[in-house]
Design a protein around this ligand. Structure first.
Ligand SMILES: Cc1cc2nc3c(=O)[nH]c(=O)nc-3n(C[C@H](O)[C@H](O)[C@H](O)COP(=O)(O)OP(=O)(O)OC[C@H]3O[C@@H](n4cnc5c(N)ncnc54)[C@H](O)[C@@H]3O)c2cc1C
Length: 388
C-alpha cells in the first residue's frame, strides 16, 4: 500500500520531489553505512556534516534572505521522515536549528538579530538550543524561576535550565526567563537570545539518557549572566507566547520523525516475517504475527493522515494548537507501540543490539515526553473541548 505521505509527495512540484530524492540518497547511501560509527561517537563525522550543510539541512525552514530554503511545515516534515532512516544524531544536529532554536528569532527577532543569528544557523556554522525546562518546572512551564532583571545596560540572568538538547555544542541559546514575577506567564515572562561565550553562562556535563550517546542534553546554568538590551527577543512580557508558538510547530515535525521511525521498524519486521522460520513455516504465516503488522500499518496510516491534515491547516494560516497536540499524542504513542511490537516480532533478535530495533524503541520513547508529555497533550485537548 502506498503511504498517504508518499501520495502527497507525488503531488508536489518537481523541484520539491527532486529535493526529497536527494535527501533519500544522502540518508541511505552516505549516512546509513556510517550508522554504527555515529552510534559510538554520538556525532556525524565531518564529511557528513559538510554534506548536511551543502544540502541546506540546517536552514530548511529559515528565510531565503538569510540563506535558508524557506520550506513549509509539510516539506520540513517530509525531510524529517526521510532522516528517520539513519542514526538519530543526524536529526538531532539539524532539527533545533530549524525549529525550537530559531523560530523565536525568525518570528520575533529584530532585523539585526535575524542577520546575526539566522545566517549562521542556516549555514550550519552555528548550532542553536532552546532553554525552557528547569529542574523545578517542566510540564508546568509557566512556573519557571530563572530570573532576568533589568539593568541600565540590559539584563542579568540567574537560574538553571536542564535537559537542553544540543547544549554541549550549541553556540546560541533562546532563553525563557521571568522578568516580572507578579505577572508570571500573563505578561511576566520574556524571551532572550544569548551567545554561548557570554560570561556567566555555563554548560554542565551531558545528562545521559536511554537514547544513548546520540542524545546530547545538558544543564545550562546562568549566574549573573549579563546580556545587552538588544538580546531581548520579542516584546517584554511575551516570552511565554514565543515559547508556546514555537512548540506547536515542533509537535508536528516531531510527529513526522516518529512516523518515519515507525515505518522503518515495520519494514524491518516485515522483512523478518518473510524470512524467519518456526514450526516449518515463515513466521509471517502465523496470524499472531500478521496482526502485529496489520495493526502497525493502520496506526501509521492514521498518523500520516493526521500529519497531512495538520500541515494543510498550518499552510492555510489556521491555529493548529489542538491538532498539533492530537497528532503528537497519537503519533508518539503509536510509534512506541509499533517499535515495541516489532521487537516482539523479532523474538530474541529484537532484544539484541545487533538487531537494531531496540535502538529505534529507545529513541522513540523520548517522543512521548519532549515538547509536552502525552498527559499534557491530553490536558490541552480536553481544555480546548471544554472551552467550546
Ligand atoms: C531527551 C530530552 C530532550 C529535551 N530537550 C529539551 C530542550 O531542548 N529544551 C527544553 O526546554 N526542554 C527539553 N526537554 C524537557 C522536556 O520538555 C520535559 O522533560 C517535559 O516537558 C516534561 O517535563 P518534566 O521532565 O519536568 O516532567 P514533569 O513535569 O515533572 O512531569 C512528571 C510526570 O507528571 C505528569 N504531569 C505533570 N503535570 C500533569 C498534569 N497536569 N496532568 C497529568 N499529568 C501531569 C507528566 O506528564 C509526567 O508524566 C527535554 C527532555 C528530554 C527527556
Amino acid at each position: 500500500m502506498t503511504s498517504p505521505i508518499d501520495k502527497a509527495i507525488e503531488q508536489l512540484p518537481e523541484e520539491h520531489r527532486e529535493f526529497l530524492q536527494q535527501i533519500r540518497r544522502f540518508v541511505r547511501d552516505d549516512c546509513s553505512p556510517r550508522d554504527e560509527d555515529m552510534e559510538k561517537t554520538g556525532h556525524p563525522p565531518d564529511d557528513l556534516l559538510g554534506k548536511m550543510r551543502e544540502l541546506g539541512l540546517f536552514g530548511l525552514t529559515l528565510p531565503e534572505e538569510y540563506g535558508g530554503l524557506a520550506l513549509d511545515l509539510k516539506m520540513f516534515s517530509f525531510v524529517l521522515r526521510e532522516l528517520a532512516w539513519t542514526n538519530p544524531v543526524v536529526r538531532t544536529y539539524m532539527n533545533i536549528n530549524n525549529g525550537l532554536g530559531s523560530s523565536g528569532i525568525k518570528n520575533y527577532g529584530t532585523d539585526e538579530q535575524k542577520e546575526k543569528y539566522l545566517t549562521k544557523l542556516a549555514a550550519g556554522e552555528w548550532i542553536a538550543s532552546f532553554c525552557l525546562t528547569e529542574p523545578g518546572a517542566g510540564s508546568d512551564a509557566a512556573n519557571i524561576s530563572t530570573r532576568a532583571e533589568k539593568t541600565d545596560e540590559g539584563w542579568v540572568i540567574d537560574g538553571t535550565k536542564h535537559y537542553i538538547t544540543n547544549a554541549p555544542f550549541a553556540n546560541v541559546f533562546t532563553v525563557i526567563a521571568v522578568t516580572d514575577p507578579e505577572k508570571g506567564s500573563r505578561g511576566g515572562i520574556t524571551a532572550f537570545v544569548v551567545d554561548r561565550e557570554t560570561p556567566g553562562l555555563e554548560v554542565a556535563p551531558v545528562q545521559a539518557t536511554m537514547g544513548g550517546v546520540a542524545q546530547h542534553q545538558s544543564e545550562v546554568i546562568f549566574e549573573g549572566c549579563k546580556i545587552p538590551a538588544n538580546a531581548q527577543l520579542g516584546p517584554e512580557g511575551q516570552g511565554f507566547r514565543v515559547a508556546m508558538q514555537t512548540l506547536d510547530e515542533g509537535r508536528v515535525s516531531l510527529s513526522a520523525s516518529a512516523i518515519g521511525i515507525a515505518e522503518r521498524a515495520v519494514e524491518a519486521g516485515r522483512q523478518y516475517a518473510m524470512t524467519r522460520r518456526a514450526f516449518g513455516k515463515r513466521i509471517g504465516d502465523f496470524q499472531g504475527i500478521q496482526w502485529m503488522l496489520a495493526d502497525s500499518a493502520v496506526e501509521i496510516y492514521a498518523a500520516s493522515t493526521m500529519l497531512l491534515d495538520a500541515c494543510d491547516r498550518h499552510a492555510r494560516g489556521d491555529d493548529i494548537s489542538r491538532e498539533a497536540s492530537m497528532l503528537k499524542l497519537f503519533a508518539s504513542e503509536k510509534a512506541c507501540d509499533i517499535a515495541d511490537r516489532m521487537i516482539q516480532l523479532h523474538g530474541g533478535y529484537g532484544y539484541t543490539i545487533e538487531g537494531g530495533v531496540e535502538r529505534l524503541y529507545r529513541y522513540l520513547r523520548m517522543f512521548r515526553i519532549v515538547e509536552g508529555t502525552s498527559e499534557i497533550q491530553r490536558m490541552k485537548i480536553a481544555k480546548a473541548m471544554l472551552r467550546e
